[in-house]
Design a protein around this ligand. Structure first.
Ligand SMILES: [Zn+2]
Length: 298
């Protein structure tokens, strides 16, 4: 049982969601008319029907969420999400991603997405796939779930699922100061997957993904190594005009009302969540923006 299942919490979020929905719809419609619709990226971990925990959603709930997503958004790949951030977006979009690489996801969840031709990026920790060992955080919890095998990942890639990198050992990169170690986790993890799977790995997701788990040096290494983009996981909306290299992701909550609350753009979250900046703004760009602002005001 998770704390999310407490009925009073569901009641509160429901009251808030339905009370603010009409206002949100007006704001979202205006953003879409101006090609500024949000470009959202969500992440799952494990879809399974036993031993549910905070990073597991049941197959029934997963299907319910996918049905709702399909009916209400453009479901796009990360490449398309980045294109919309660069060029503008006239309809709210969602990209579906998974982190870590749990074997059970291949039973129903991924076949569901593949069957409906819904794009998906699957971020994998290379050591777990290569060695077949459960994740240390699951072992510590007494739930040593099986990771995906290399064969499973090959089949997913062949079926059109984009495989992404998620370090070698699921290390917290926010704590690593040694550049060589960072490079080994980010680039080494990617190269190992590329060798095993014979596909190009283009996107990277930070393990844990909160502000404290990110690292400006890691962003630089990922950029220099040729990644098309990297993902964080602290929540947050991407909008046209934002930096397309850093995709902020939202946790696909096992409770659908919370997911609906996120994806219809909760004004409280817009105000509270601060985009992680991995490089200080170039004073020239800053000046350029100021000039633009003055022009816009005239
Ligand atoms: Zn992870």
């Amino acid at each position: 049982m998770t704390t999310f299942s407490l009925p009073w919490r569901g009641g509160l979020i429901g009251a808030y969601y339905y009370a603010t929905l009409p206002g949100r719809m007006l704001i979202n419609a205006s953003a879409a008319r101006n090609a500024k619709a949000p470009v959202m990226v969500i992440y799952y971990h494990r879809v399974a029907d036993r031993k549910l925990n905070d990073w597991t959603i049941s197959n029934t709930q997963f299907k319910r969420e996918v049905d709702w997503l399909e009916a209400n958004f453009d479901l796009v790949s990360l490449d398309e999400a980045q294109r919309r951030i660069r060029e503008g977006n006239t309809r709210a979009s969602v990209s579906i991603t998974f982190d870590d690489g749990y074997a059970e996801n291949c039973e129903r969840a991924l076949p569901l997405l593949i069957g409906r031709k819904i794009p998906c990026t699957y971020f994998v920790t290379s050591c777990s796939a290569q060695e077949g060992k459960p994740f240390p955080h699951d072992v510590a919890d007494g739930t040593p779930f099986r990771p995906n095998s290399i064969e499973q990942l090959r089949s997913l890639a062949a079926a059109g699922v984009e495989i992404g990198a998620h370090t070698r050992s699921h290390a917290d990169l926010g704590k690593i100061t040694c550049e060589e170690r960072l490079r080994d986790e980010i680039v080494g993890g990617r190269d190992a997957l590329e060798r095993e799977l014979g596909v190009e790995i283009r996107h990277f997701a930070f393990p844990y993904g909160l502000h404290e788990n990110l690292n400006p040096v890691a962003f630089r290494i990922a950029k220099e190594a040729g990644f098309a983009g990297v993902c964080s996981a602290y929540g947050g909306y991407n909008r046209p005009g934002d930096d397309p290299f850093h995709l902020q992701r939202i946790h696909a909550d096992p409770e659908i009302l919370r997911l609906k609350n996120w994806l219809t753009v909760d004004p409280r979250k817009v105000l509270r969540i601060e985009r992680y900046l991995y490089e200080l703004p170039n004073p020239k760009d800053h000046h350029g923006k100021e000039v633009q602002r003055v022009r816009d005001a005239l």
